[in-house]
Write a new protein. Structure first.
Length: 365
């Protein structure tokens, strides 16, 4: 049996890993475990452990973080899969195959900077990103697509996610609002979401940090008030850590700098990119510091969304996107090829192939 650990630096890394776990289970011969750092918020950890229990995934825990790291190192996993560098080095044995499936494919420079020479294999979701990573000096890359989105192609809709169960009208069109935590469009769009909801369902799916990090807790509290005020607004609870089922429910998505824009491309449905962000004071004063954190060329090249910089334009743009869903359809199809490699639901298959090939070659050396 090949022992594999999926190290989840945060709860929201788990949806990236689940299709890979499914593929390993389909093939057989794998002993799979998952873990999360002990210093994460207790509510986040509780959801993680319950999710793993429901999915029959063994979890590794520790009395404290040092104890957890020590246990993972001593376990001598054949493969450790991570979503960022995080706690990689303290948990990998010298003979462990270290694999990175980066947790996001959005507009932040961290995609290129969050790397370590200990990574033996990195999954890459597109050919332009493959080229860019190579230019940054990164090696051991494998072109796979984005594993998180495989279920958008492969899995049937679950009865668990039905509009009626959320108190929403199935006759209405549905908008998914999935903002980032920072920089976020949430502060500026919150006042107009109610207006959009008069004849449209709105599902709000917040980032993990909006529920668990003190600096961003106000975001979930504000959206809870909004959902209580308007009948056609539903706030996905923190327990719904996986956004994938919500993509299928939505006729249109609104986001900002989040990976969700690129993930939603799988479905070739309208996207509104909100460019009305609220920046921290230091980033308003020293805007270059903020811009250095962003992948500006990637941002400027986005032509597959309806771009919006005035919050008051949201109702009209949502109406237009829902009435004319085929606007930008060719741009979205081109973007699928550019940003997602292949929209075939087989990214996990290609990655597990690459892992097995690497293990075989390592055993021969």
């Amino acid at each position: 049996m090949t022992k594999v650990l999926f190290e989840n630096h945060h709860l929201y890394y788990l949806p990236n890993f689940l299709p890979i776990i499914d593929e390993m289970r389909r093939r057989g011969g794998y002993e799979i475990a998952a873990s999360i750092p002990t210093m994460m918020d207790w509510k986040e950890k509780d959801i993680f452990y319950k999710a793993c229990q429901k999915l029959d995934i063994e979890t590794e825990v520790g009395a404290d973080e040092n104890d957890r790291l020590d246990k993972l190192k001593k376990a001598k996993y054949d493969v450790v899969v991570v979503g960022n560098v995080g706690q990689l080095n303290p948990i990998v044995h010298p003979e462990t195959l270290a694999v990175m499936v980066y947790h996001g494919i959005g507009l932040k420079q961290s995609y290129y900077n969050d790397i370590d020479k200990r990574i033996d294999l990195r999954s890459v979701e597109s050919e332009p990103r493959m080229k860019e990573l190579k230019s940054h000096g990164h090696n051991n890359l494998t072109l796979t697509g984005f594993s998180k989105c495989d279920p958008l192609v492969l899995k049937e809709d679950s009865n668990e996610f039905e509009l009626e169960k959320f108190g929403l009208d199935p006759i209405n069109k549905t908008v998914l609002y999935a903002p980032s935590f920072y920089p976020s469009s949430l502060d500026q769009l919150a006042p107009v979401l109610g207006q959009v909801s008069f004849e449209t369902n709105i599902i709000i799916k917040l980032h993990n940090f909006s529920w668990y990090q003190d600096r961003y807790l106000y975001q979930s509290k504000e959206m809870q008030k909004l959902a209580q005020k308007y009948a056609n607004i539903y706030l996905a609870p923190a327990e719904d850590y996986n956004i994938i089922p919500y993509y299928k429910m939505a006729d249109l998505m609104v986001s900002d700098i989040s990976s969700t824009m690129f993930e939603y491309l799988y479905l070739n449905r309208p996207i509104i990119m909100a460019e009305c962000h609220t920046l921290r004071l230091k980033h308003r004063i020293l805007k270059n510091r903020f811009l250095k954190k962003m992948d500006l060329s990637r941002m400027e090249g986005i032509d597959f969304t309806i771009r919006m910089d005035k919050p008051e334009d949201l109702p009209a743009l949502v109406y237009h996107g829902l009435e004319y869903p085929n606007d930008l359809v060719d741009e979205r199809l081109s973007a699928q090829e550019e940003y997602l490699y292949k929209v075939d639901g087989k990214a996990s298959y290609r990655l597990v192939d690459a892992i097995e090939d690497k293990l075989t070659r390592n055993n021969k050396d």
